[in-house]
Design a protein around this ligand. Structure first.
Ligand code: SAH
Ligand code: SF4
Ligand code: F3S
Length: 409
């Protein structure tokens, strides 16, 4: 994570190279599939899930994009830049030398644009939504059957509301030591700038038994470190629409902590509005739980926090940060910040700057506001000029760099 600040990757992100699926599966002669992952750790895990389902269906998963018969782009919609990167990668695949591959789009852009993807990129053969990935083997079979014939097909499946838990249990893992384990899917916080609730659906908590079963299988396969994943992990199991588990987040942490053979675990991402002192106590007390917390603040201005629909104040956040430092001795605290939100004044920005100075995060991931389809913030003009966003971005980045350096010394 140390050198990620420079590249401004959030802990949701991994370096691009590490994201390409490397493992092979089948020995029989079969079609090669390359999966390219964009976006957050949730997508890294989803690519593994896709790889597992397709390996089980008899395909070979390859990291050789040039030779792959099928290329799946597992995409991200969080900022415009993320989408631009996907489109240019799709363009490269379409224009590669020799026979062009079958091309599929999965992930958040699939839900964001659905069949409109075929208009934007006519070479795309199939589009599969975030909750529809279980249908991939079937979809690919169907595409292959008709590819090159007169009745070539385009398929899109983007309407599923939940995933069958079974897709998480293929045992397909890319890393021998560390595994991502999804504990909840979706998000219903509707922060006004964020596309995630529209592309990932309502919050659904997986059953604790299924999660524990998955982790135990990973540990049996030699994995010793786990990261529990969710858009808002500390809302896990709470009584919201679609929840299926009677276990709350802290209870889940306690259950994971006693899995024999597991050495260390952590979780991302927490929302300040659902974070309380009990969680800090759990971090301090559970011996296998990493003394680390990623707690995105987004802004230090009450006015902007309100417009963002974050449902906490600057004071609430500062109190949380203070308690964390007190309770989790020597623990790390990291954050995400958005600069240039609609209507952000110099004073609002100063409030954020001062908060960063006061809290002294171990690392901060600073983003320039990017208007997103469907979101509430779209109705406000994106009125902070690009150069001003860049100035504010650079100022906080520089401040955070100094703080991170100081804390490491
Ligand atoms: N569920 C997580 C991750 C959300 S996406 C969370 O709540 O923290 C990761 C980060 O991207 C967010 O924390 C936010 O800082 C940033 N982000 C989300 N939407 C954005 C947008 N429209 N423009 C700029 N940054 C954005
Ligand atoms: Fe987006 Fe907010 Fe949900 Fe995070 S908590 S995924 S920022 S809506
Ligand atoms: Fe993740 Fe990007 Fe989707 S951050 S949840 S892949 S929009």
């Amino acid at each position: 994570m140390k050198n990620q600040i420079d590249r401004n990757l959030s802990p949701h992100d991994l370096p691009l190279k590490a994201r390409q699926i490397k493992a092979g599966g089948m020995t029989a002669k079969c079609l090669d599939i390359n999966i390219k992952t964009f976006g957050c750790q949730m997508n890294v895990r989803d690519s593994e899930v896709i790889g597992g389902l397709l390996a089980r269906a008899g395909y070979e998963i390859t990291d050789d994009e040039e030779k792959a018969d099928i290329v799946i782009f597992n995409t991200c919609s969080v900022r415009q830049m993320a989408e631009n990167r996907v489109w240019s990668a799709v363009g490269n695949a379409v224009n590669r030398k020799g026979v062009p591959p079958i091309i599929g789009i999965s992930g958040c852009m699939a839900n964001n644009y659905r069949e409109a993807i075929f208009e934007k990129a006519p070479a795309v053969d199939f589009v599969v939504g975030t909750a529809d990935i279980g249908k991939l083997p079937e979809i690919i079979k169907e595409i292959q059957k008709h590819k090159g014939s007169l009745n070539e097909k385009k398929i899109y499946e983007t309407d599923a509301e939940f995933r069958e838990d079974e897709i998480y249990h293929t045992g397909f893992r890319l890393d021998k030591e560390h595994a991502f384990v999804v504990i909840s899917e979706g998000c219903e916080n509707f922060c006004s700038y964020c596309v995630v609730p529209y592309v990932r659906g309502k919050l659904r908590s997986r059953n604790a038994e299924d999660i524990l079963k998955e982790i135990k299988a990973d540990v049996d396969a030699g994995i010793s470190k786990i990261t529990l994943l969710g858009q808002n992990v500390n809302a896990y199991g709470s009584p919201v629409t679609g929840h299926r588990s009677p276990v709350n987040f802290i209870e889940l942490l306690k259950k994971v902590n006693v899995i024999p053979g597991l050495k260390e675990f952590t979780f991302v991402t927490s929302h300040p509005k659902d974070t309380a002192i009990e969680l800090f106590k759990a971090i301090a007390e559970l011996d296998k739980l990493r003394k680390y917390m990623h707690l995105p603040v987004q802004s230090g201005s009450d006015r902007i926090l309100k417009m963002m629909n974050r449902r906490y104040t600057r004071e609430n956040y500062l109190n949380l940060a203070r308690s964390y430092r007190e309770i989790v001795k020597g623990g790390e605290l990291t954050t995400d910040i958005i600069v240039g939100f609609p209507g952000e004044t110099e004073k609002d920005f100063q409030d954020t700057f001062d908060l960063v100075k006061e809290v002294e995060f171990n690392a901060g991931f600073i983003f320039k506001y990017s208007p997103r389809p469907h979101t509430e913030a779209l109705k406000w003009p994106d009125d902070v000029p690009r150069e001003e966003k860049e100035r504010r971005h650079a100022l906080i980045l520089e401040l955070q760099r100094k703080i991170s350096k100081k804390l490491k010394a």
